[in-house]
Design a protein around this ligand. Structure first.
Ligand code: ADP
Length: 502
């Protein structure tokens, strides 16, 4: 099987504009100016559907990090930013949302070129999520209040707390949803009044570069937003150790999260980490399987499984096991795999040849260990990093396919006969990760009890997706802290207590 070699290109609005943008010269954005990397280095970004080079972008090194930190520190001393009224910060974010909305097709096409995802997914998920996140957080700028506190010590006191911006924040994002991830980092940070240095993933720098142009046009004070394109081990690592950075927020692998945690300890940076997952999807005996089957399939196959919260472990009550596995497999077999720019593509390539080979390695290893390859698993020839949606059965809890984050369209399906909620939860909780969990049931009591018992940052019952108002983050090795919602923006503030003797 090969992915369609000569795809029919969808009539993609603004594809030419996206290609023209990609072809431009790409510099770093530091202190309100576009500059080359100080060492003059660049690196290439590629189209994952063809392997073709899309663009050369500036490769930031340590000295560029110094320069960006200095610019951000300058902004945190600039009255134009630190004394800006909350309503004015809110307006800047609203204007950025408006600007993004008016270029939505170009951003979607650019995201597909660089990341490979189906353009309709970029258009219908990534862009609305980014725009919604900007609008949601713009609302918080005027609502970050402390509280008055009653003290019990001798004397008469007026005591209260202030929520103040944490300062200079380094924001390191991955390649699976490049724009949506970048915006979910910068929107709360800017709403809270911080200055940011954004480092997109080396695989997908283009939408962040385009976003920086919008930020430039909108007129944030210089140094409030800085963009460093570059590699994790160099620019990323330098940001995480830099003494001038007060907070690091990171989304990516648990392995890199661990490195960042260590690196950030030097000056006790605040750290928010959104790391890996091995999300369990539980289908209870009373569930509506007509909804649970497509729900379970999309939970693992959307974005070719490259979602930290992908539902990669499926636990189905034995009453429905065969029907669900057949149903999910049928959906898998029917998904049209191809370049994200082709009109009929439902699943695009994975990000890189390395990632494709890694996913196939997991599948092979699982089968060698005794798993049954129910659907998929085959190599897809031709150009591009395509992996078929894959369903494994007869796995055991100690297999790597069950324990490790594969970050690809690979599902392990298991049955259970139990109705004991403690045992169901224990099986689902048997993981180093604890990012998300999904339950399909119409039994209200079981739903709420499982929601309490599951060790996961987000529990979804009968469907649902990301929302900028819903706190997101993980238990256990899935991370530290929460993004989104009130917790998300408060994580960009320090609480200051003020006590005045009256
Ligand atoms: P993935 O495994 O999903 O590719 P990574 O966790 O490797 O994701 O990378 C996510 C982001 O982290 C990227 O922007 C990458 O450049 C950055 N990164 C990788 N290694 C480091 C590091 N040692 N320090 C800081 N950032 C890093």
């Amino acid at each position: 099987m090969t992915a369609s070699a000569t795809p029919k290109l969808a009539e993609i609005p603004s594809l030419d504009a996206a290609r023209a943008f990609a072809a431009q010269r790409h510099q770093l954005y530091v202190g309100g100016s576009w500059v080359d990397a100080l060492e003059g280095e660049t690196f290439a970004t590629h189209d994952p559907a063809t392997g073709d080079k899309l663009a050369d972008v500036a490769k930031a090194g340590e000295r560029d990090v110094d320069r960006a930190v200095e610019a951000a520190r300058g902004a945190m001393n600039d009255p134009a930013w630190i004394d800006m009224k909350p309503a004015a910060r809110a307006r800047l974010l609203e204007r950025l949302a408006d600007a993004l909305e008016s270029s939505v097709d170009e951003f979607a096409a650019l995201e597909t070129l660089d990341n490979g995802k189906p353009v309709r997914d970029a258009r219908n998920f990534d862009l609305p999520h980014a725009i919604g996140t900007l609008r949601y957080n713009s609302g918080w700028a005027t609502k970050l209040n402390g509280e008055t506190i009653s003290l019990s010590g001798p004397g008469t006191w007026h005591a209260y707390t202030l929520k103040q911006p944490v300062g200079v924040v380094a924001q390191i994002v991955p390649w699976n949803a490049p724009l949506a991830m970048a915006v979910s980092k910068i929107a709360p940070a800017l709403a809270a009044g911080c200055a940011v240095i954004l480092k997109p993933a080396e695989e997908t720098p283009l939408t962040a570069l385009r976003l920086a142009r919008l930020i430039e046009e909108i007129g944030f004070p210089p140094g409030v937003f800085n963009l460093l394109t570059g590699f994790g081990e160099t620019a990323g690592a330098a940001l995480t150790t830099h003494p001038g950075v007060e907070k690091v927020t990171f989304t990516g692998s648990t392995e890199v999260g661990r490195l960042i945690l260590r690196a950030a300890g030097g000056n006790f940076k605040r750290v928010t980490l959104e790391l890996g997952g091995k999300t369990p999807v539980i289908i209870m005996p009373d569930a509506d399987v007509t909804k649970a089957i497509p729900g379970a399939a999309m939970s693992i196959f959307a974005n070719a499984g490259q979602i930290c919260n992908a539902g990669s472990r499926l636990f189905v009550h034995e009453r429905h096991f065969d029907e669900v596995v057949e149903g999910v497999s049928k959906i898998a077999q029917g998904l049209k795999i191809g370049p994200g720019l082709a009109s009929d593509t439902q699943m695009g390539p994975v990000i890189s040849p390395t990632q494709r080979d890694r996913i196939h390695g997991y599948i092979r290893h699982g089968v060698e260990e005794g798993a049954n390859l129910h659907t998929g698993g085959h190599e897809i020839g031709g150009a591009g990093n395509f992996v078929p949606p894959t369903v494994l059965t007869r796995t055991t809890a100690d297999m790597a396919v069950r324990r490790e984050e594969i970050f690809g369209p690979v599902l392990c399906a298991m049955s259970f006969s139990d109705e004991d909620l403690d045992r169901i939860a224990a099986e689902a909780n048997d993981s180093d990760y604890g990012l998300g969990a999904v339950v399909w049931t119409n039994n209200l009591s079981a739903a709420h009890q499982l929601a309490r018992k599951l060790k996961a940052g987000t529990v979804r019952v009968n469907g649902g997706g990301l929302d900028p108002a819903l706190p997101f983050g993980g238990f256990k090795q899935s991370g530290w802290g929460r993004e989104n919602g009130r917790e998300g923006i408060e994580a960009y503030t320090e609480t200051k207590a003020v006590a005045m003797a009256l």
